[in-house]
Design a protein around this ligand. Structure first.
Ligand SMILES: [Zn+2]
Length: 348
């Protein structure tokens, strides 16, 4: 979508009127869509149901307009492209991905590449109760075959799902799992474990499709490589379309033995009740501000994480891959622009 098309659309909307000032509040597409999904009671409108690729094009078009007409566009975007992360503690995603998994965005990949349990890397303390629950169930041989992790946006649902996969695939005995250090734990973290399959939205779609679920089911039905569990992680689970959810139901109703399915969602209400009723729910709420800031500091070093969370909300997993200085600048720019408009001092 180029600037000319956006111009034409603007003309259709505004007619002869030309706004003196357009405020452009720039966000990564994945963050914007995650926020839209958390709107209470709302389902995706026709626009929101478009593909990620569509939104990337719209965003690029508006950014091009802002560069062309800086006097009419007050952009709150950082000067550089949205930072993935420059921290040495974030490793690039492993090359190998499971066959049935969709392709994910670089942001998501960066999030999944966060260091995990074990070693000197910090575990999100606000997931402690959930980890205790899972560990106790696993050691007692009562782990359910399906979990539904209901997370606040950016609170670490995928982190906990990865941790649960380590719990059942770790090569240490169950009293020590997950150790975070054995080959299996490290492979889970690198997304290279042959007994773990990730199911994500394909790059060109916001849906998880029936073919992907069928591939996952076929994979789970195979004997595990390591002689233990087979694990499937579905995220975001609300992206399962109706057919895909129905197909998944079959696996949930008659799971192969030693199977763990983990669904991660910010909006369980978008999943069919038949799917919900077959999963044990775990809630991962947003951490308290101090807890999020402490975790980010331990992970990434000092920085104005408080300001970063002001911009992003209590979403440390999102903040972990941002640069706090740039985020703070973004917020300051937006506030400055709004203040200038309110006082009538904005440039014309
Ligand atoms: Zn281990």
């Amino acid at each position: 979508m180029d600037a000319a098309l956006i111009d034409a659309l603007a003309l259709a909307v505004h007619g002869d009127l030309q706004p003196d000032c357009t405020l452009l509040l720039d966000l990564p597409v994945s963050v914007g869509l995650a926020r839209a999904r958390t709107r209470p009671g709302a389902s995706a409108d026709r626009f929101e149901a478009e593909t990620v690729g569509f939104f990337e094009k719209v965003r690029a078009g508006y950014l091009a307009l802002a560069r062309r007409e800086p006097q009419r566009f007050r952009s709150s975007m950082p000067q550089r492209p949205w930072p993935r992360s420059s921290s040495a503690s974030l490793r690039p995603r492993g090359a190998a991905t499971a066959g049935a998994a969709g392709v994910s965005s670089p942001e998501e990949a960066a999030m999944r590449a966060l260091p995990l349990a074990g070693g000197a890397t910090p575990v999100p303390p606000w997931t402690a109760a959930q980890r205790v629950t899972l560990t106790a169930a696993f050691r007692a041989g009562r782990l359910p075959h399906a979990l539904l992790i209901h997370e606040a946006p950016g609170a670490g649902g995928e982190w906990l799902a990865t941790w649960a996969a380590q719990l059942v695939l770790c090569r240490q005995n169950s009293a020590q799992a997950p150790c975070g250090a054995c080959t299996a734990c490290r492979r889970v973290w690198a997304q290279q474990h042959p007994d773990l399959t990730w199911l994500r939205t394909a790059e060109d779609s916001q849906q998880i499709r029936i073919e992907q679920v069928r591939d996952l089911a076929a994979d789970l039905a195979l004997t595990s490589h390591a002689g233990g569990y087979k694990v499937g992680i579905v995220t975001p689970a609300e992206a399962l379309n109706r057919f895909a959810a129905n197909a998944l139901l079959k696996t949930l109703e008659e799971p192969p033995s030693r199977t763990l399915l983990v669904l991660v969602t910010t909006q369980p209400s978008r999943l069919p009740p038949t799917v919900l009723s077959r999963c044990q729910r775990l809630r991962v709420g947003a951490p308290a501000r101090a807890e999020g800031v402490a975790w980010l500091t331990a992970l990434r070093g000092s920085g104005d994480w408080n300001a970063a969370l002001d911009v992003l909300g209590e979403a440390p997993m999102l903040a972990a891959r941002a640069e706090p200085l740039e985020l703070a600048q973004t917020a300051a720019d937006a506030r400055g622009t709004l203040d200038a408009l309110a006082s009538g001092s904005a440039d014309r």
